[in-house]
Every structure is written in structure tokens, then in C-alpha cells.
Design a protein around this ligand. Structure first.
Ligand code: ATP
Ligand code: MG
Length: 395
């Protein structure tokens, strides 16, 4: 019997209740998952302690407990036919608890690997995908034994890092020791600082039957550790590199026996070689352009993998640029002032996505702007004009 034999079809379940899909976490990724699920006719349930969480605000059900609250988890399982996650720091134990009651994807084992940089790098090694040279730091002795060749490097906490948080750039041994002390001597990885020519990522979706599809390679620009711009069009990367990145991402997903949407981030080095950086066991900021530039978005594929529906290879129909809209853009001309949305929306092919967050803070992801058009040149010109209006630095 095919594992796709029992898809969770939208509409009513046999008991007359609406077919409900659940998500752990109520951030913007959860919100966009909820939108995609609802567009297909599902009801949704979100577990997030924040009463104003972006996904909680738009979901049919919002369970406001911590991620480890037994009653909250039981409630989520009771109302959801299947459950996914929208951020990788959801406790893997909570996913295990849910998995005893309901279909959960991605599974706790894959999420646990993505939560731990050391386990993640070991997985890359098993898959034969090259990553940056590194050393694990657990003790002062590990610190003393670090090879000279790893410096200058980046000290990263093994767990709970995101948007460049929990990372310190270190040039020598004294700086390394100080940085480890600053990070509270928690388990860390020291990664060699690599000469980056560019960064890119690949998003794949894999079903329970092992069927896998992928989006094209995304070219990403980070500023201060946070994604700023994603560009996706034919020729954004040399074709051989793009093919290598897609093959690497598929190998990483296959090796995890992954079910769901997975993003694999890569570095292209100045000598043209490709190394894997990290994985995200969920849709990814660099895949937001798919909402307007592809015939299926990354969130549509998250719904399909969760509901055991067929996966078809997504097709990008428009060249695209995505600009992240950080809180820095708010309050530019006066404390209450908003970015000039009307001027941006007057440009052709602009699609505004805001996450419903009340408080704008520097570095906080408030939304994104997708720009689509007929040609890469046209899209770039429009996106640069939008960036100028918004006060985003040119790229
Ligand atoms: P996120 O989860 O938001 O993608 P993160 O906090 O997990 O980010 P990383 O992806 O590890 O952080 O690193 C953030 C950025 O720092 C990278 O996108 C890259 O620009 C830079 N960086 C990280 N590691 C290296 C390295 N070994 N050499 C050079 N630059 C690096
Ligand atoms: Mg990253």
C-alpha cells in the first residue's frame, strides 16, 4: 500500500469536524503556513504562548501555552489531524509527545539534528556534502587544542542560534577565549572564517513516500547576520554550481529521511567551491519569493507534505527579488511614521507581505516585499527603486 493512501483531504473529516492542520509556533512562517492551509480549505490550529503571535492572530484555533505544556500539547493533538513546526527550536521532546498521538512532520529526529550545529555537521559528513572546517568546544581543554588553521573563525553556540545571534567573530586565541566566556561557556563550534563569494540556498519538499521536489537555487545577501535580499532568476548563479547545490540539498534531505519542507544554506567560496552552511527544518525566509513567483509556494508544499497530498515539481514563472522589511524601516521621518507603502505599491509587480507585528524594532522581521516581472533586469530595476523608497541599502 502506498504511504500516500490516506491523505488528509480538506473539508470535513468523517466525524463532521473541519479537517484541521496544526503548527507548533506562531511566528511569520506559521502565519504563512496558516494562510496556505486555509486557502485550500483546511482549518488551522497554532500553539504559541504569545497572544499576539502573527499566526495565532489569523488561525481558527490558538492554544496559548508554552511548547512543553502537556495540556497544551494534548489540546493541539486533539484538534489537529496532523502537526508541523515553524521554527527549529521547538523542543524535540514536544514533537515526540505529539508524534505518539498524531502525524508530525518533520519528525523529531530530523529537527533534533537541525537544532544542534555539531549533529548537523556530522550529518553533512555522512551525506558527503562538504562544510566549513570546525572544532567542537565543550571544555577549556577543547579550546586549548583548537588548530591554528581554524583562526580567524566564528564561534557559534551549538544550539539556539538564529539571525546571527549567538555568534562571535574571533581573530586569535585570546579573542576566542574571551568570546567563549561571553557566551557563557556553553557548548560551541568554532568554524573557520571562509572567504565567501556569495551565499545561496535550496528548498526541497519530501513526502512520506520519498518523492522529492525542489525550488530553484536562491541567491541570498545577508547584512549583519540577517537575510536582506534574495534574488532568483535564470543565471543568478553559474549553472554547474546551481546543479551541485540542488544535488547537495537533496542528499541532505534524503539522508535525514526527511518529510516536509527543508532549506539548505550554502556558501560559494572565492575559489568557486561550494560548502554547506546549515539547514532549517521548515520553510525559510529565502523562499518567500515563491509566494508570487512560483506556481506553488513553499507553504503550499508544507501543507501538501503534512497532509500526504501529491507533490509536483514547482515551476518558477517570474524572475523575482525579495526584500526583507526589518523594523529599522519604521519611524524613519517621525517616531510614528510608516514606510511609504503607497509609493512602493505603485511600482509594477510589487507584492507586500506584512506579518501583523505591532512593535517595530531594529532587526525585527516585520514583513517582506516580493518583486516579480518579465525579465531579471526589469525586476532588479523595480526592486532597487523599491529599496530606495523604503530606505533599504542598494544591492
Ligand atoms: P540563520 O539561522 O538566521 O540563517 P544563523 O544565526 O544560524 O542564521 P549562520 O547561518 O550560521 O547563522 O551565519 C550567519 C551568516 O554569517 C551567514 O549567512 C554568513 O554570512 C556568515 N557566516 C557564517 N559562518 C561563516 C563562515 N564560516 N565563514 C564566513 N562567513 C560565515
Ligand atoms: Mg543561516
Amino acid at each position: 500500500m502506498s504511504l500516500l493512501a490516506s491523505p488528509l483531504l480538506p473539508g470535513s473529516a468523517p466525524d463532521g469536524q473541519p479537517m484541521t492542520l496544526g503548527v507548533m509556533g506562531g511566528g511569520q512562517l506559521g502565519r504563512m503556513f496558516v494562510h496556505a492551509a486555509q486557502a485550500m480549505g483546511y482549518a488551522t490550529a497554532v500553539l504559541d504562548p504569545d497572544p499576539a503571535s502573527p499566526a495565532g492572530l489569523v488561525s481558527h484555533y490558538h492554544i496559548r501555552t508554552s511548547y512543553t505544556d502537556a495540556a497544551g500539547l494534548a489540546q493541539l493533538a486533539a484538534c489537529s489531524a496532523a502537526i508541523t513546526t515553524e521554527f527549529e527550536n521547538v523542543p524535540a521532546d514536544a514533537l515526540r509527545t505529539l508524534a505518539a498521538l498524531r502525524r508530525v512532520s518533520p519528525g523529531a529526529a530530523a529537527v533534533a539534528i537541525a537544532q544542534d550545529r555539531a549533529a548537523e555537521k556530522a550529518h553533512f559528513g555522512r551525506c558527503g556534502v562538504a562544510c566549513a572546517p570546525y572544532a567542537e568546544i565543550h571544555t577549556a581543554a577543547d579550546l586549548a587544542q583548537v588548530a591554528d588553521d581554524l583562526l580567524p573563525g566564528i564561534l557559534k553556540t551549538a544550539r539556539m542560534g538564529y539571525d546571527g545571534k549567538g555568534q562571535v567573530r574571533v581573530s586569535d586565541r585570546a579573542a576566542l577565549a574571551a568570546a567563549w566566556a561571553d557566551l557563557g561557556q556553553v557548548p560551541c563550534l568554532l568554524e573557520k572564517m571562509l572567504p565567501l563569494a556569495l551565499e545561496c540556498s535550496v528548498i526541497v519538499a519530501r513526502g512520506t513516500d520519498g518523492a522529492m521536489v525542489n525550488f530553484p537555487v536562491q541567491r541570498n545577501l545577508h547584512r549583519e547576520g540577517i537575510l536582506a535580499v534574495t534574488e532568483v532568476f535564470e543565471g543568478n548563479l553559474p549553472a554547474a554550481l546551481a546543479a551541485q547545490a540542488i544535488a547537495g540539498a537533496r542528499a541532505v534531505a534524503q539522508g535525514l529521511d526527511y518529510v516536509g519542507v527543508l532549506c539548505v544554506e550554502f556558501f560559494v567560496l572565492s575559489d568557486g567551491s561550494l560548502v554547506v552552511n546549515e539547514i532549517a527544518p521548515r520553510p525559510h525566509n529565502s523562499g518567500h519569493y515563491t509566494q508570487n513567483a512560483c506556481d506553488l509556494s513553499q507553504f503550499d508544499l508544507q501543507v501538501r507534505t503534512l497532509a500526504h497530498l501529491p507533490l509536483t515539481q514547482p515551476r518558477q514563472h517570474s524572475p523575482a527579488v525579495m526584500l526583507n522589511l526589518l523594523g529599522d524601516l519604521w519611524g524613519r521621518s517621525s517616531p510614528e511614521s510608516l514606510p511609504d507603502w503607497a509609493a512602493v505599491l505603485a511600482l509594477p509587480g510589487t507584492h507586500l507581505h506584512l506579518y501583523g507585528k505591532q512593535q517595530a524594532r531594529p532587526g525585527r522581521k516585520m514583513g517582506h516585499l516580493n518583486v516579480t516581472g518579465a525579465t531579471p533586469e526589469q525586476v532588479r530595476v523595480t526592486a532597487l527603486r523599491a529599496a530606495e523608497i523604503l530606505g533599504v541599502a542598494a544591492f
